[in-house]
Design a binder for this molecule. Sequence first.
Ligand SMILES: Cc1cc2nc3c(=O)[nH]c(=O)nc-3n(C[C@H](O)[C@H](O)[C@H](O)COP(=O)(O)O)c2cc1C
Length: 455
Amino acid sequence: MRVTDIEETAAPAADYDITPLLQPLAIRGLRLRNRFVMPGMQRYWCADGAPDLRLREYYRRRVLGGASLIISESCAVDHPSATKNPTFARISPDTREAWRSCVAGVHEAGGAMFLQLWHQGAVNYGGDAESNPDFVALSPSGLSHPGESFGRAATVAELDSIKQSFVQGALDAEEIGADGVELHAAHGFLLDQFLWPGTNLRTDGYGGPAITDRAAFVAEVAAAVRAATGPDFVISVRISQWKESDYDAKIVEKPDELGDLVTMLRAAGADIFHVSARRFWKPEWDGSDLSLAGWAKSFTDAPVIAIGSIGLDKDVMASLNGEEAEQTGASRIDELMRRFNRGDFDLVAVGRSQIGDPEWIAKMTDHKISDIRAFRSGDPWLSHDVVGGLREQPGDRREAAARPGRAVAEERAGARWPGGHRREVDAAVAEARVAQHDRVGAPQVEQPLAGSVRS
Ligand SMILES: Cc1cc2nc3c(=O)[nH]c(=O)nc-3n(C[C@H](O)[C@H](O)[C@H](O)COP(=O)(O)O)c2cc1C
């Protein structure tokens, strides 16, 4: 079910002041240099789960353009049920070095980086059965949407092994130098399927009428990650009411339920709440202008990240469905700052606007709005096209998945690039390609880059 919303026009702002967002923020051992975050956004620049050099360069350029924290695109945990799609990111022994390189690139540029740990649950993303023959879609109750089946309910033993894979993903993230992880409990994927009453019908302690019943597994995962990782390592938990398949879905109906959820997850180990909304200014409940982020902040001492159509006049799902969003420039920035200055949230995540222009933050800060390169809906290689394309071309997909492994093997054997110059060459090519992308937009058909950042 999709709901079409009527877009509202934003009132023009004569001037604006975003300097309060330039203040640093400390969270555990992490010091963020400002309040701007790049949220997780899949770019399909992974082969067999490993990011290629473009992704490293793309993240690095967003830090140079102003972001203090990069959250990786959704990165599947190393469990056969997490995803069977080889172009989706994954954290595993095979991909660790590639992610280490991305983290190093972000750190060198002066930013911090989290990996977003993800499991698709009952969402049917297609993929390659041959590259992951053990795949079975596991979820709370085998439902991708109320009344729509895909896969089956996970047993308690399977939930335990999925939890361990989140812990391992966090340990891997910590080992490669990431500053934290974000548990993806939003948008209708596995952890969110527990929170959503329509997809969680369990009666074994992992479901029930209260949000605290349905949050039990998410809290267990957060607590297990907290117990396994060091004191400086930061855990963000991303939550949302809306799902990709249902914009009107609700995990909580009333503010006090949200309070219960936030309090429970905070006690379990959450250091940040990343509250995903499609429009940052939308009041969540009648009688108050607070957004869901504002409400979450009212119940917790933890930093809260707000997000949703900053700089653009249409929401993310409109873009992913191919509608063109126009830049809103300075308008609504006053509203963003009114809410920030009131204490509704501590950080802001800017998604598509930063895909469009890696220097969106710097240009907004410098009031150079007319220099901003517009986001175009063709830029992100829309998920529907990519997933559909993968289904139609399994041979190409397998070839793409195999390519980096082959390149690595050849490199290791010294067969093609004795002296190890290959990575430098690939890095230079990647830098040029991403720079080109950032200047003029993604070409309609992009060939996979031959190299991977794995060494
Ligand atoms: C191309 C694309 C890919 C996305 N992939 C992810 C993802 O991997 N994980 C996630 O939590 N959200 C994902 N999102 C949602 C964004 O993180 C963000 O919540 C959304 O774009 C709204 O922010 P914006 O209005 O500033 O773009 C994606 C969005 C886009 C446009």
